[in-house]
Design a protein around this ligand. Structure first.
Ligand SMILES: Cc1cc2nc3c(=O)[nH]c(=O)nc-3n(C[C@H](O)[C@H](O)[C@H](O)COP(=O)(O)O)c2cc1C
Length: 316
């Protein structure tokens, strides 16, 4: 069957409407590849600090690693300085991503407080400069992920979205909250709808999609081209196949956990891979009726084989 693209990022076809959110500490190559295989249509990296690229941070090669089957691959970067973002984006472009994304949503103080992430929303002039510089200088499309403004008194999303589009931005993903809200309160889907109505580039809606039913709701309410899913995908990568966690069989759960763990062991090595897998494991196991002892044994297993045997024993 020939699949039709759902939307394009400039000339790059995207064959699906669900996308794993960039999530620091979660959307690494093993998890992205798993979600991509289950239906996520693009692969956004965790955010990458421009200063780490310039300084050659030891974690950088892992952050930049991707598999061919993940394409389109989006490198997301953050910084406050247009010239530095340009220099870093030009360097990163050489690693072969399909798209470079500018983070204009990160709310944590050490990022937004220094004028990067959501801090950029307070400086529309800089946003214009960044998108103008990068879209003229890069071969790959440049996109934005943004929030609605710094706080309720500065809801400048209409202005920021227009600036991104007018200066060559090729797509905008919108998390429907302000920086001040962090992750509290409710995402404002009507504001996302307003952005979608005012632009001609693709708009991706993001915020508070917890179950499959929310996907059609956010699409209907915003008219967006796609939906980005973050927290609800941790422990439920099947959401990209439009399955809620309670629709996933025990066998599917075990197979997927094993695959995810194998990917992590390959990528990080046996020791670190298992340790980093634990935070995913606790989310996969959250809805199971496990005894404290069973949960404890799974989450403290020191060898992959021990973890997998304990997991298999649950069904015995
Ligand atoms: C643990 C965690 C890490 C995150 N890291 C990033 C990031 O690196 N880049 C980014 O643009 N957003 C990041 N976000 C925000 C998410 O991409 C998303 O916008 C937010 O969680 C709202 O979507 P949700 O309601 O589907 O979770 C992060 C969120 C969480 C929970």
């Amino acid at each position: 069957m020939i699949q039709k693209p759902v939307f394009f990022v400039r000339d790059i076809p995207v064959y699906g409407d669900l996308i794993l959110s960039p999530m620091d500490g979660y959307s690494d190559q093993p998890y992205r590849a798993l979600c991509r295989s289950l239906g996520s249509a693009m692969s956004y990296t965790e955010f990458i600090n421009a200063l780490d690229v310039l300084g050659g941070h030891p974690h950088l090669p892992r952050k930049l690693a991707y598999l061919e089957e993940e394409r389109p691959v989006v490198y997301q970067i953050f910084d406050s300085e247009p010239r530095r973002l340009l220099e870093v984006a030009l360097r990163l472009q050489e690693c072969g991503p399909d798209i470079i994304d500018i983070n204009m949503g990160c709310s944590v103080r050490c990022v937004s407080g220094r004028g990067a992430g959501a801090g950029l929303l307070r400086e529309p002039g800089k946003v214009a400069q960044i998108f103008s510089l990068l879209s003229r200088s890069l071969k790959v499309p440049v996109t934005a992920k943004m929030r609605l403004g710094w706080d309720d008194d500065s809801l400048n999303y209409r202005q920021i979205a227009r600036i991104v589009e007018e200066n060559g931005g090729a797509l905008i993903a919108v998390h429907g909250r302000t920086r001040l809200q962090g992750y509290g309160g409710q995402a404002d889907w009507e504001a996302i709808a307003e952005i979608k109505r005012s632009l001609s580039i693709p708009v991706i809606a993001n915020g508070d999609v917890s179950r499959v039913a929310d996907i059609e709701r956010i699409k209907a309410e915003t008219g967006c081209d796609g939906v980005m899913i973050g927290r609800a995908a941790i422990g439920n990568p099947w959401i990209f196949s439009r399955l809620d966690r309670d629709q996933v069989s025990e066998t599917q759960l075990q197979d997927t956990m094993q695959r995810h763990l194998d990917n992590m062991l390959d990528f990080y090595g046996p020791e670190r891979g298992l340790v980093l897998f634990r935070k995913h494991a606790s989310r996969y196991l959250r809805s199971l009726d496990l005894s404290t002892d069973q949960r404890q044994r799974l989450l403290t297993a020191s060898l992959p084989v021990e973890f997998l045997q304990t997991l298999a024993d649950l069904n015995a």
